[in-house]
Design a protein around this ligand. Structure first.
Ligand SMILES: [Fe+2]
Length: 103
């Protein structure tokens, strides 16, 4: 567990102690971002494990699960983009920046 566990704890410690001061939308957006982080972390974990194993069956299952985690990340992102309109704009800006850089 090590690093992964520690990272989880540090995420929790950032949750504000006085929840009344935080807007409900902000809390929900934070929950969705934590969900995205967890799913992206899971993708890396399963892909790393897939690269480690000498069993073709285990590798196949791990990569299939990693793919499912990408769907889960997309579910959280889809929800987040419904309520965090600034993220919608900045996501598009980031895409354009990269396209400009890659020309
Ligand atoms: Fe998942």
């Amino acid at each position: 567990m090590g690093k992964r566990g520690e990272r989880g704890i540090s995420m929790m410690s950032q949750i504000p102690t006085d929840m009344k001061k935080v807007e409900k939308t902000d809390i929900n957006n934070e929950i969705l971002r934590v969900g995205m982080i967890a799913e992206l972390d899971a993708i890396n974990l399963y892909e790393q494990l897939a690269a480690m194993t000498d069993s073709e069956n285990i590798r196949k299952v791990l990569l299939d699960i990693a793919k499912e985690e990408k769907t889960h990340a997309g579910e959280f992102q889809a929800l987040l983009l419904k309520t965090d309109k600034e993220q919608v704009v900045e996501l598009e800006k980031g895409k354009k920046e990269v396209e400009k850089t890659m020309k």
